[in-house]
Design a protein around this ligand. Structure first.
Ligand SMILES: Cc1cc2nc3c(=O)[nH]c(=O)nc-3n(C[C@H](O)[C@H](O)[C@H](O)COP(=O)(O)O)c2cc1C
Length: 231
């Protein structure tokens, strides 16, 4: 089923989808989605992405196990009251996270998205060729993130292109915390990094009202502390 929503509506209402009907998403459909998403922009048009469509049940379970272990870490951050994986966490924050790991693990239910990741209709791993990234902040004395800007528009385009086919899905990144394990599972060459794991499928239910900050919360004129934009 193709969706007929216009671009503005699609941008305002494409939510993260983590529960899917059993209907399969075959490789041909994934190819069709990538055929649209490949027009995403990247720094210098280097298009340094690779996509691995993971179908093998053993590979999927290995991926799920990485995801699950990283998800426990994510939950431990929440239990410790800090922003998960923020580069600005202090040593004290990190130690609070470590102290919450066991409690976090005990909170995983068998039905959680993380525990059933291997069952999603399509499971794509998006990798980035580090040699192709325009990481203009690579020499700055702070955490670097500009390189990702050459890959994530592509990942988002996959989700939008999937929506155009009547599918839903979610971009996930927690598993990248355990990249060395993923590297073995996927047989990744050294110069590639894992950017995201994307789940796709036919949504179990439609949710189009998204909770997002208002423009006045994040946009100003001229300077960071300038006035809000005209209405
Ligand atoms: C960079 C990025 C990383 C994300 N990582 C995860 C993840 O690891 N696991 C997950 O379940 N959702 C992940 N998400 C999905 C977000 O949780 C979701 O987009 C956000 O909560 C908004 O949800 P909504 O569109 O349903 O309102 C990620 C989203 C982005 C953009």
């Amino acid at each position: 089923m193709r969706s007929a929503v216009d671009l503005r509506t699609a941008l305002r209402s494409t939510s993260a989808v983590r529960t899917f009907r059993a209907d399969p998403v075959d490789e041909t459909l994934v190819r069709q989605i990538l055929e649209v998403a490949r027009f995403a922009p990247s720094g210098g048009n280097r298009q340094g992405w690779r996509v691995i469509d993971v179908r093998d049940p053993g590979q999927r379970q290995a991926l799920r196990d990485c995801y699950l272990d990283a998800w426990v870490e994510y939950l431990a951050h929440l239990l410790a009251g800090v922003t998960p994986f923020s580069p600005l966490l202090t040593a004290a924050d990190r130690s609070a996270v470590a102290q919450n790991l066991e409690r976090a693990r005990s909170r995983i239910a068998p039905d959680d998205f993380a525990a059933r990741l291997d069952e999603v209709p399509a499971l794509l791993v998006i990798c980035a060729d580090l040699g192709a990234l325009a990481a203009t902040d690579r020499d700055l004395d702070r955490y670097t993130f500009i390189g990702g800007a050459s890959i994530y528009p592509f990942v988002w385009s996959i989700l939008l292109a999937a929506r155009a086919e009547g599918l839903g899905g979610v971009m996930t990144t927690v598993a990248t915390a355990l990249e060395s394990r993923l590297r073995d599972v996927l047989r990744l060459p050294d110069e590639f990094a894992v950017a995201a794991v994307v789940a796709l499928g036919h949504p179990e239910n439609e949710r189009t009202h998204l909770r997002r900050r208002e423009v006045d919360d994040f946009a100003t004129r001229d300077t960071f502390d300038g006035p809000p934009l005209d209405r």
